[in-house]
Design a protein around this ligand. Structure first.
Ligand SMILES: C[S@@+](CC[C@H](N)C(=O)[O-])C[C@H]1O[C@@H](n2cnc3c(N)ncnc32)[C@H](O)[C@@H]1O
Length: 200
């Protein structure tokens, strides 16, 4: 109920009427090597469906920085995860991910898991977040996001190499999971061989 109420208040920022399901949460964390990773960042956890899977699977010493812009969701997340070691709920903006890493003395995130609604976020906000994400994950990290359509795939390929795409049918609505890596290149539409005037 909380989720739907928050959607009615901020439809473009929340971007979905319902939280994701557990099957999608499992797909989102499938690319993560939990035994070796030291830091995971989550963007836009909402009521914490992905956070719960990350908190359940991560090693105790792995730090999980959870960045959520909505104060009401943050209060709910703090209650849910207060007893899980090294889970930090940060009320803030995913575009400031580097500031949060610095605050915890972390050089880069091994994985950035995103629940952000890139399809409905304002274009400049989405671009600022993707630029900050590239820097925050360095050259060895991975960026994992879900999308209900592949309309934004071209935007992502400006910043990342898409290493893997899967599709979770047992979610409402069904969703793609994209796993991306920073290959050190930043491409324009022309360099990628297509022109897309309305992308982003
Ligand atoms: C589509 S909901 C996803 C919630 C959850 N991950 C799920 O799949 O059920 C998007 C979430 O992103 C949050 N959000 C939007 N823009 C944000 C930003 N710039 N920084 C942090 N969180 C943001 C919203 O408040 C909302 O909780």
């Amino acid at each position: 109920m909380n989720f739907f109420v928050e959607y009615l208040k901020h439809p473009r920022i929340i971007g979905a009427v319902l939280p994701s399901g557990k099957n999608l949460a499992r797909q989102m964390v499938a690319p993560i090597h939990f035994d070796t990773c030291r830091c995971i960042v989550e963007y836009g956890p909402g009521t914490g469906v992905f956070t719960a899977e990350l908190a359940r699977r991560k090693k105790e010493s792995t730090r999980l920085l959870v960045i959520e812009q909505n104060a009401s969701f943050c209060a709910e997340l703090r209650k849910k995860f207060e007893n899980v070691p090294n889970v930090f709920i940060l009320h803030g903006d995913a575009g400031r991910v580097e500031d949060y890493l610095k605050r915890y003395g972390i050089d880069h995130a091994d994985y950035i898991v995103s629940g952000l609604p890139f399809a409905s976020l304002p274009k400049e906000v989405a671009k600022d977040i993707l630029n900050a994400t590239r820097r925050a994950m360095g050259r060895s990290g991975s960026f994992i996001t879900f999308q209900y359509t592949l309309l934004k795939k071209r935007l992502f390929t400006e910043y990342f190499r898409i290493a893997h795409t899967s599709y979770e049918v047992k979610n409402f609505p069904p969703a793609y999971v994209l796993t991306m890596q920073n290959d050190g290149k930043k491409r324009s539409g022309r360099e990628r061989g297509w022109i897309y005037p309305d992308c982003g």
